[in-house]
Ligand binder design. Structure first.
Ligand SMILES: [Zn+2]
Ligand SMILES: [Zn+2]
Length: 325
């Protein structure tokens, strides 16, 4: 089968013809219809995350059709989505407490397990999810990470009404719609001077859109940071109210610069979000069609995976890049 392979970190992906994977017990073989490109893929390719499987097929926002099953569970022909969380142990203290996103032995798709930048992939069927038929394959793909981990990020931000979104990419463009559905008010922060991204944000319901160096017109109850820029942490702290929360939604970020304690004072909170649980996936995938969430995508043939990664890196994208094998 054709696949895009990472053979060494810091190198472009290489097109390869590799043996088709075989499903083991409890696994399914999936013909990939679409795989969205996540910023985490860039961090893996750039070597910012430790010890990826090598060679590796990246990609963890997979939509495809089951062509072979191990035993039980999904039927052949079912359409499923495969997210970042690929396997958890079920027995460690985190798993037992319902925090499988923090599992000591968790394995992740497109990082420690070959992912969806390929014609076929294998996944543990306990970590595959049905997708609402109202979504096309390409349109559904960004829901699998930008949507799921974005949902967890918004959930951990609390119930506040005024939500700031720093970095208006794939996750924020989904969350702006969800937040509006929940009756919240959205303030979008983009790279300074990026008028096109600010228009895009307003088009998705943001009440205000401006540069990340600007002060929003109102204090925020919470701020969600999706751009991998540590300097946004003190900027966001300065924009939230007393007792407000800043949630860092990415897996990697440049160093957070030193900042005066008064920005954190008055019970402001900074926290991160790590991965997702299957409960997050089930809740969000049920909520997305009810909230009328639509995704904006740009499709690339599988062979152009490097171009998709490059467009994500330079901010040339509106919404999400999606590879189509
Ligand atoms: Zn565990
Ligand atoms: Zn992701």
């Amino acid at each position: 089968m054709r696949a895009q392979l990472l053979t060494a970190v810091g190198q472009p992906l290489a097109a390869g013809d590799v043996a088709a994977p075989r499903p083991g017990p409890g696994q399914v073989l999936i013909r990939v219809s679409a795989c969205a490109v996540c910023r985490t893929d860039l961090h893996v390719v750039d070597g910012e995350l430790p010890e990826p499987k090598l060679p590796l097929i990246p990609g963890h926002e997979i939509v495809g059709t089951i062509v072979e099953t191990g035993a039980g569970g999904f039927q052949v022909g079912a359409r499923v989505g495969v997210p970042w969380l690929g396997w958890t142990c079920g027995v460690c203290e985190y798993c037992r407490a319902g925090n499988e996103n923090l599992c000591d032995r968790a394995r992740f798709t497109g990082y420690q397990i070959d992912g969806g930048y390929a014609e076929l992939t294998v996944a543990d069927q306990g970590f595959c999810f049905a997708i609402d038929p109202s979504y096309g394959d390409v349109e559904a793909a960004p829901l699998l990470c930008a949507g799921l981990i974005g949902y967890r990020t918004l959930r951990l931000a609390g119930d506040g009404e005024r939500i700031g979104l720093y970095g208006f990419g794939a996750a924020a463009h989904i969350l702006a719609q969800l937040a509006r559905y929940q009756g919240r008010r959205v303030f979008a922060f983009t790279r300074p001077g990026d008028a096109k991204a600010q228009d895009f944000a307003r088009g998705l319901g943001a009440l205000w859109a401006g540069g990340s160096d600007e002060t929003p017109p109102e204090e925020l109850d919470a701020a969600l940071i999706f751009a991998p820029v540590g300097a946004l942490v003190p900027a966001a702290l300065a924009a939230i109210r007393k007792g407000g929360t800043v949630v860092c939604g990415g897996i990697h970020m440049s160093d957070v610069p030193a900042f005066p304690y008064r920005l954190l004072w008055e019970e402001r909170v900074i926290r991160s979000v790590a991965n997702l649980t299957r409960r997050d996936a089930e809740e969000f995938l049920a909520l997305a069609p009810k909230a009328g969430i639509r995704t904006t995508t740009r499709t690339y043939p599988l062979a152009e995976a490097n171009q998709a990664l490059s467009d994500l890196r330079t901010g040339a994208l509106e919404g999400a890049a999606v590879l189509v094998p």
